[in-house]
Design a protein around this ligand. Structure first.
Ligand SMILES: [Zn+2]
Length: 187
């Protein structure tokens, strides 16, 4: 992940560059909350990504004209302050839930990280470290548990393969409904 910004109509607009092996072209996504993401192939040179964005600046300006960046900035600061206050509590809740959900120790992992991250509820690394957004702790119980089980299952199956979803389903049969519900909660 890489953060950068572009000046459009005298405003500095932050964007994120996501490089992935599977990306074949440049792709620009502007989310409703004003987040602006460029997906790029891993090898793609940065100056060409910048040029691409500059060429698209009027399209971007159009997309973000209704985004209230001041309000978003306030929200970001508020969440940052809440995170500081509630980080410990969040860790306790998440660790406790992991203990309950992994009660027969089916899944083994190394470390648990609790973070204030955007656009992601949780992740699992190849090194078997679990990573959760602190706000997971304060979601409705069923959604919190689903996210935790989802990440635990990644300890056995890193990709979203059929095998992965079968494993999730065996532990959370109603996972499809929960995924839909989760879409109504933004990070
Ligand atoms: Zn996943």
């Amino acid at each position: 992940m890489n953060k950068s910004e572009i000046i459009i109509k005298e405003k500095s607009i932050p964007y994120e560059i996501r490089r992935k092996k599977g990306n074949r072209h440049l792709r620009l996504t502007v989310h409703s909350d004003g987040r602006f993401v460029v997906s790029a192939p891993r090898w793609y040179p940065l100056y060409r990504i910048r040029r691409f964005i500059e060429n698209k600046s009027s399209w971007i300006a159009d997309k973000i004209q209704n985004v209230d960046f001041d309000k978003l900035e306030k929200k970001r600061k508020f969440i940052g302050a809440e995170y500081k206050k509630r980080k410990k509590e969040a860790r306790q809740i998440i660790e406790n839930s992991i203990n309950i959900l992994n009660n027969n120790s089916q899944f083994s992992f190394n470390r648990i990280a609790i973070r204030n991250q955007k656009s992601c509820w949780g992740s699992c690394s190849r090194k078997k470290n679990l990573n959760f957004n602190w706000q997971v702790a304060f979601l409705p119980e069923e959604l919190k548990n689903y996210i935790i089980i989802h990440e635990l299952c990644h300890l056995e199956e890193l990709s979203h393969s059929q095998k992965f979803w079968k494993l999730v389903e065996s532990l959370v049969p109603e996972y499809k409904q929960l995924r839909k519900k989760l879409k109504n909660h933004s990070v």
